[in-house]
Design a protein around this ligand. Structure first.
Ligand SMILES: Nc1nc2c(ncn2[C@@H]2O[C@H](COP(=O)(O)OP(=O)(O)OP(=O)(O)O)[C@@H](O)[C@H]2O)c(=O)[nH]1
Length: 346
């Protein structure tokens, strides 16, 4: 506390400077009514749209939390708690945010300035405050605040743009499914999650049967339509939120099915097979019948330290190769083959 007037009336008044544009709110914290009054008059003159007053530390903190001013003018000497304490409370109350704090004090020594900055202050004004200095600092802080807001909004825009870009580069343009890049990322992260949670993870590779003949007979445009139809079907069959259908490449698709044991994987394969049959997409030249069919290779495991995305793909691919070799239009599970050398027709 001190008795010096808030403003040095002898200092030249910055009448020539234009008022601060847009809305700008300031919280003045000082226990002396005369000081607050002089500061408020000067702030209004400078174009500050709203000035709040607090007479002590607790009410300053409370007002700050409720009203969130754009700037705080904070006296160091206050009853009960000092301005350093207030600054610390304000900084703790706005994690991730930043409101400029300018300390006001009659004290002019290096240690006070150091303590002020250490406790979260941004600048320091010695009372009596010269109006021209007050307004210059107000403008400087306003400029910093505007810059920070622009940066925050730019980084939010950048974050959104990055998200969109990521989505774009991970989406297959023909089918709208996750593409190979997205598949690789998701498979790695699901292996990690399944290892942590000790839950079974299933990978299913599906390949359309005799698709070269389809293209040769119907043409590539119809072939593309067919791939789109299969893409829609795979999306439909992936009903659980973490199930992922992706286009692995060409006429090959991959499904990542977290928390899915072998039995669940076979149920999924049956559902997929029967949905495809019910769609009855005509195949103009298939030795397997008049409608499109597909073959699938499945691998299921609770990943351990030795499990990698590559090893899972290799196992699913081996099972897919066996399903093709055994006549197509079927799903094989790598593990079931290993366990029982049993082949299952879906
Ligand atoms: N229309 C179209 N065809 C594609 C696309 N990508 C791959 N293909 C075709 O898919 C066919 C795949 O042929 P193969 O690998 O010989 O396999 P397949 O004829 O399906 O025979 P199996 O897999 O053994 O049943 C090739 O003719 C590719 O040109 C695509 O984006 N659009």
């Amino acid at each position: 506390m001190h008795a010096s007037p808030a403003l040095n009336a002898a200092a030249p008044h910055p009448d020539a400077s234009p008022p601060l544009s847009n809305s700008f709110t300031v919280l003045v914290v000082d226990d002396q009514a005369s000081v607050r009054h002089s500061l408020i008059t000067e702030l209004r003159h400078a174009g500050v749209t709203e000035v709040m007053e607090a007479v002590d530390a607790p009410s300053a903190v409370q007002m700050f939390k409720m009203r969130r001013p754009d700037l705080v003018l904070l006296d160091i000497r206050l009853p009960t708690h000092d301005g350093y304490w207030v600054a610390q409370q304000l900084r703790e109350a706005e994690v991730g945010d930043w409101t400029p704090i300018i300390f006001l004090s009659g004290l002019d020594n290096d240690l006070d300035i150091w303590r002020g900055i250490e406790s979260g202050g941004d600048d320091y004004l010695i009372k009596p405050v010269k109006p021209i200095v007050l307004i210059a600092k107000l403008r400087a802080m306003r400029r910093l605040l505007d810059m920070r807001r622009r940066l925050v909004s730019l980084s939010a825009e950048l974050h959104l743009a990055n998200q969109r870009l990521n989505e774009m580069v991970e989406v297959d343009s023909l089918t709208g499914l996750v593409n190979r890049r997205g598949f690789d990322r998701i498979l790695h992260s699901e292996i990690d999650a399944a290892r942590r949670e000790q839950q079974p993870l299933t990978l299913m590779l599906c390949d359309l049967d005799h698709f070269k003949r389809f293209n040769d007979a119907a043409g590539h445009v119809q072939g593309d339509d067919c791939l789109r139809a299969v893409g829609r079907l795979l999306k439909e069959v992936c009903v659980r939120p973490r199930d992922v259908a992706s286009r692995y490449g060409g006429e090959e698709f991959a499904m990542i099915l977290p928390n899915t044991p072998r039995s669940g994987a076979m149920t999924f394969a049956r559902a997929l097979g029967s949905m495809l049959r019910s769609r009855a997409i005509p195949h103009p030249d298939s030795p397997n019948g008049a409608v499109l069919s597909l073959s699938g290779g499945i691998t299921t495991c609770i990943p351990d330290e030795g499990t990698s995305a590559e090893s899972m793909v290799m196992r699913a691919d081996e099972a897919l190769y066996a399903a093709k070799a055994q006549g197509r239009d079927r799903f094989f599970s790598f593990e079931m083959q290993m366990d029982t050398i049993e082949q299952r027709r879906v």
